[in-house]
Ligand binder design. Structure first.
Ligand SMILES: [Zn+2]
Length: 348
């Protein structure tokens, strides 16, 4: 491809000296995986799709809810009313923005069962998740397979980001040796979250991805960047010398989260700020939702979509079942209640 043949949509980006036509061509050949298509993931995916990253995989376990619309920029009221899976709604929006790239939605919860499969082939992984369990898993996959990844998190009006280049920088585990205990950190549930900080952090993640994919690693910021847009504080901690020689992941090459016994994983997890509990089956299932509809429909009004079976149960509970046996129980925050409903319906 020569500059003259480059799609006009990329003209301003290729004109930028740091990218150039060759950088743009590299972007068009690149494959990025975005884990979590909430507020961070929407903004990252929007940037990378418009920038012309050739293949984008969007992984998300949740469906669009009205409370997402304040900050999750790829969704609208119709998506929330329909309860469309976020990965599907985001892929549809981005396909309308850029028809020249491949966009692959995956309605799934990244876990030890599926991480190797879902992340395979990535040139870079972008963190749009809201929890350290998923980040440890991404970190281990990326160190094991020598794939760069970009951590990001935002809550309230502050956020943090770090770019991990295996072999060159510390990994996440070097800087955060143990998982913060449950309840130790503010979450978007307890502290709320403002959209501009999410966009700021997501933009930092996206530009780091663009630098790496365009072959300009020398331009990476090389720090643990912390930003508070309410207190007006920007803090950049250089991480060049921060590799931990005893790090179990990047020094010891022990991948406990990735190779761990998936049965040890929490079978249920509350989704942040959603009054929703996710229930996982004890083993991966392959359900025929169409065949289940007549029987499960007796428990409440049933709606079959291309991706899920939704049941409207008494007590204001909505039960959304996916083909892999995963379910979202909407209308409760109690894991026990969600488990009981799941067991009653599925007998698992
Ligand atoms: Zn490490």
């Amino acid at each position: 491809m020569t500059g003259a043949e480059l799609d006009a949509r990329y003209a301003r980006q290729a004109r930028f000296a740091g990218i150039g036509t060759d950088g743009q061509e590299r972007l068009l050949r690149a494959r990025a995986v975005i884990v979590g298509v909430g507020a961070l993931g929407c903004a990252i995916a929007n940037h990378l799709a418009r920038a012309g990253v050739g293949s984008l995989t969007l992984i998300d376990r949740d469906i669009v809810d009205r409370s997402n619309l304040q900050r999750q920029m790829l969704f609208d009221e119709a998506d929330a009313a329909a309860g469309t899976p976020k990965a599907i709604a985001a892929a549809a929006r981005l396909a309308a923005v850029n028809g020249g790239i491949e966009i692959v939605p995956r309605v799934a919860d990244l876990n030890a069962f599926n991480a190797e499969r879902l992340l395979a082939g990535a040139d870079i992984v972008l963190d749009g998740t809201d929890n350290f369990g998923a980040r440890y898993l991404i970190n281990e996959y990326c160190v094991k397979h020598d794939v760069p990844w970009v951590y990001g998190g935002a809550v309230g009006a502050s956020g943090m980001t770090l770019t991990v280049v295996p072999g060159a920088t510390p990994c996440l585990r070097c800087l955060f040796p143990s998982m913060p205990p449950g309840g130790a950190l503010d979450t978007c549930e307890t502290a709320g979250v403002l959209a501009p900080i999410v966009d700021t952090i997501a933009s930092m993640q996206a530009i780091e991805a663009i630098k790496l994919l365009a072959g300009r690693a020398e331009a990476l910021h090389g720090s643990l960047l912390q930003i508070d847009l309410w207190q007006n504080q920007w803090q950049s901690l250089a991480v060049a010398g921060a590799r931990n020689p005893d790090c179990p992941v990047c020094a010891g090459r022990r991948f406990e989260a990735l190779e761990g016994n998936a049965e040890d994983e929490a079978a249920t997890v509350s989704l942040c700020g959603r009054n929703t509990v996710q229930v996982m089956p004890g083993r991966p299932l392959a359900l025929d939702l169409r065949a289940l509809e007549p029987r499960l429909g007796r428990a409440g009004g049933a709606e079959l979509t291309a991706y899920s079976l939704r049941l409207h149960l008494p007590g204001g509970i909505t039960f959304v079942l996916f083909e892999d046996g995963r379910a979202l129980v909407i209308g409760t925050e109690e894991a026990q209640t969600a488990r009981r409903i799941y067991a009653e319906l599925l007998g698992e």
